[in-house]
Design a protein around this ligand. Structure first.
Ligand code: CA
Ligand code: CA
Ligand code: CA
Ligand code: CA
Ligand code: CA
Length: 364
């Protein structure tokens, strides 16, 4: 009788171990690492400053005329650049040491709806808020005065709650402090900022992206992990590790730019640039954020390959014949002239992915 009990206990223990190890490999998916290569369709004209200058990008999609969409970018020594989708430089705004940049449409200001662009400036440690005039194209300051962040700023990303319309900036720092600042109308059609929450990670944080529809903000702790937090200030300060740098992990230092390819419902992907090695790691947008694949952007189409990437941006909107299933833009650390940005067609990634990137997510 005793022997049977022990045997049963042993069997139950083994089944439990199998279950646990099975669950771990499903979540981490290590055996499955796949590295694919894609080429860029085209590249932008170089930024104006020499050396490490190009940094971050934001995409404005023109409703009804997606091929006339715009790419906003930072030259972190000098200011803000506007490119068209062919990579031509259309405008430059000398705005200081603007490091990161992001935008949102449908911001309510002075009884009107405006599309806003926000950049963090590292000389004064402020946020600059602009209205976008896409037809010119141009930007114009709409803040009451530059928004003081009250710390040494580094990265920046925006979040807009689709139900309430409340819009926030997440501002990151090399000290790991992340401030959430709500952007508000001061009653006179000017934007002011109000700090609503503070998060704290151990190490340097620059890259950040929000998933507006699902209510999350992702933070890249550069030498450690990608984190997910509730994006609304009332959501609490409990973070979840999406994935961390460890032996066998597809992540490697520095985890820099983060961007989301948004499909219908919860479908789509989270992409992270791993700066030193030049890889881009792709995870599922929905929890538990399973690892999908890794890609590199290699030379082709007369465009040099991408390395040492800082900021990235993605849209899943179809942007005409070159980008029918969306566009990924990546900063390139080494160009044949000053640094610039490379434009990759998401359909090229789907084609190269051997079935791992689903077409369904692109059909929205
Ligand atoms: Ca850089
Ligand atoms: Ca960085
Ligand atoms: Ca290059
Ligand atoms: Ca950077
Ligand atoms: Ca080039």
């Amino acid at each position: 009788m005793m022997r049977w009990t022990i045997a049963l206990l042993l069997l139950a223990g083994m089944a439990f171990l199998l279950l646990v190890s099975g669950r771990q490999s499903a979540a981490r998916n290590r055996e499955d690492k796949l590295v694919i290569s894609v080429t860029a369709k085209l590249e932008t004209e170089p930024v104006l400053s020499a050396g490490d200058a190009a940094d971050d990008v934001a995409l404005w999609v023109k409703p009804g005329h997606p091929e006339k969409s715009l790419l906003f970018a930072t030259d972190k020594k000098r200011g803000i650049l506007i490119y068209d989708l062919q990579g031509h430089l259309k405008a430059f705004y000398p705005k200081g040491k603007t490091n990161n940049i992001d935008l949102r449409t449908n911001f309510q200001l002075g009884g009107e709806t405006v599309d806003i662009l926000v950049a963090d400036e590292r000389h004064q440690d402020v946020l600059e808020v602009f209205a976008i005039y896409p037809e010119i194209p141009a930007i114009r300051s709409i803040h009451q005065e530059p928004i003081q962040v009250g710390m040494e700023v580094y990265g920046l990303g925006l979040y807009q709650n689709p139900r309430t319309g409340r819009t926030f900036a997440f501002v990151t720092s090399k000290q790991g402090v992340v401030k959430q600042i709500e952007l508000l109308d001061n009653g006179h059609g000017q934007v002011v900022g109000r700090e609503v929450r503070r998060l704290k990670l151990d190490g340097v944080v620059e890259g950040t992206v929000a998933d507006d529809a699902l209510g999350w903000v992702f933070l890249a702790e550069e030498d450690r992990a990608i984190w997910r937090f509730p994006a609304d200030p009332e959501g609490g300060n409990q973070g979840v590790v999406v994935d961390s740098i460890s032996p066998g992990s597809p992540l490697s230092p520095d985890i820099e730019g983060l961007a989301i390819y948004t499909g219908p419902g919860t479908s789509g992907y989270l992409v992270a640039s791993c700066q030193h090695i030049g890889d881009f790691a792709v995870y599922e947008r929905r929890p538990p954020h399973r690892y999908v694949l890794t890609f590199r952007i290699v030379a082709g189409n007369g465009v040099d390959g991408v390395s040492g990437t800082d900021g990235i941006e993605i849209t899943s909107a179809p942007l005409g014949p070159l980008f029918p299933q969306g566009l990924l833009v990546a900063q390139d650390n080494e160009n044949d002239a000053n640094q610039n940005f490379k434009l990759v067609s998401w359909s090229d990634l789907i084609r190269a992915s051997r079935g791992r990137l689903s077409l369904a997510a692109a059909l929205n």
